[in-house]
Design a protein around this ligand. Structure first.
Ligand code: ATP
Ligand code: MG
Length: 323
């Protein structure tokens, strides 16, 4: 492919009856880059991915993958891409290696090539030892890595990942991020959906934020966070009576200080880690006892609040809710 655009969405629309799940979504993803599609539950992320990967026909609009149109050349699109869906697709009762063999067989990869490729992928995803164990005994992170390995059997130039780390613990999430960075370094173009600004921030070159089927913001991670306001330092004091004096002591470094008496906390705008250190020094030299001191960055929730004026529904729900 000579094209420098690997993936393109052109005014994608999807209606289910009279409900519009995706309402005119367009974006382009340059070859070798990462697009993060960020949005809360029900925003339309999976529906966009399904249309772009030929699993669902757009009501109107179209998408191109590696230069091929999802409507006109769905077979060529499928040959150009891998997909790691939101639900784990590997078979619990088979081993990692057997899962790779099964899907590789469906792709028509020869047995010998399959063995070589499986070994490579298991090694790449730190699953060499686990490869001969049944998936039922895998951790969540191992399953997601195997999912990824399966979707990479054919070395596709474009990979779609639908919420690759939802439900993973922070350690597994970090591991998976490293794997994905490695793929990008090898030239793969990624389109990933996520509910976490941090994930998009870590991985994406560009982010589109979708809500109710529409793009409500797009830009680099930095541009988005700037829209949501700056980071802040939050200091929680041990003693309520020290709040007033602490505020005075910190006035040398910040003009705006937000005080929450009941939480015994002081919040100051911050540019980065240096501000955290400065606040720590001022509090220490003033003899203030501190329970907690942290640098907090805008969350997806803050981004949403600033973009839409409402909060995303907080959810720790990691259960699969897709049909
Ligand atoms: N097959 C379908 N029939 C009817 N409505 C659907 C169908 N698939 C999705 N929807 C609806 O479309 C909207 C977008 O769903 P979608 O699964 O794309 O959201 P999502 O952003 O992936 O959410 P999540 O973060 O929960 O995975 C939702 O309101 C959903 O209920
Ligand atoms: Mg989804």
């Amino acid at each position: 492919m000579t094209s420098t655009i690997a993936v393109e969405a052109v005014d994608l629309v999807k209606r289910f009856g009279d409900f519009t799940a995706v309402d005119g979504v367009s974006f382009t993803v340059p070859t070798g880059s990462v697009l993060g599609v960020l949005g809360p539950n029900g925003a339309g992320k999976t529906t966009v991915v399904r249309m772009m990967t030929t699993l669902s026909v757009p009501t109107s609009g179209t998408a191109r993958v590696n230069g091929f149109d999802v409507r006109e050349q769905p077979d060529m699109v499928r040959r150009s891409m891998g997909l790691t869906g939101q639900a784990a697709t590997v078979d619990e009762l088979l081993t990692g290696r057997e899962n790779l063999a099964m899907i590789g067989g469906l792709y028509g990869i020869s047995r010998r090539a399959l063995r070589t490729r499986s070994d490579e992928l298991l090694a790449q995803f730190s699953l060499t030892e686990a490869g001969d164990k049944v998936v039922r005994d895998y951790s969540g992170g191992m399953r997601r890595r195997l999912d990824l390995a399966v979707s990479l059997l054919t070395s596709p130039p474009v990979l779609f990942l639908d919420e690759p780390t939802t439900g993973l613990d922070p350690h597994s999430r970090n591991e998976l991020w490293d794997v994905l960075r490695d793929l990008v370094a090898r030239g793969t173009t990624l389109v990933l959906t996520t509910q976490y600004l941090e994930e998009a921030d870590q991985l994406a070159d560009k982010i589109v934020v979708i809500d109710k089927g529409r793009i409500i913001a797009e830009g680099t991670p930095l541009q988005l966070k700037d829209q949501a306001g700056s980071a802040s330092v939050v200091a929680t004091l041990t003693h309520a009576h020290q709040i007033g004096p602490a505020r005075e002591a910190l006035a040398v470094t910040a003009t705006e200080i937000f005080v929450d008496e009941s939480a015994r906390s002081l919040t100051l705008p911050a540019g980065g880690l240096a501000d955290l250190t400065r606040v720590a020094q001022l509090l220490e030299s003033g003899g203030f006892e501190v329970d907690d001191l942290s640098l907090s960055r805008p969350s997806l929730d803050d981004v949403f609040l600033s973009l839409t004026g409402r909060r995303t529904t907080p959810t720790d729900d990691t259960e699969e809710t897709q049909p």
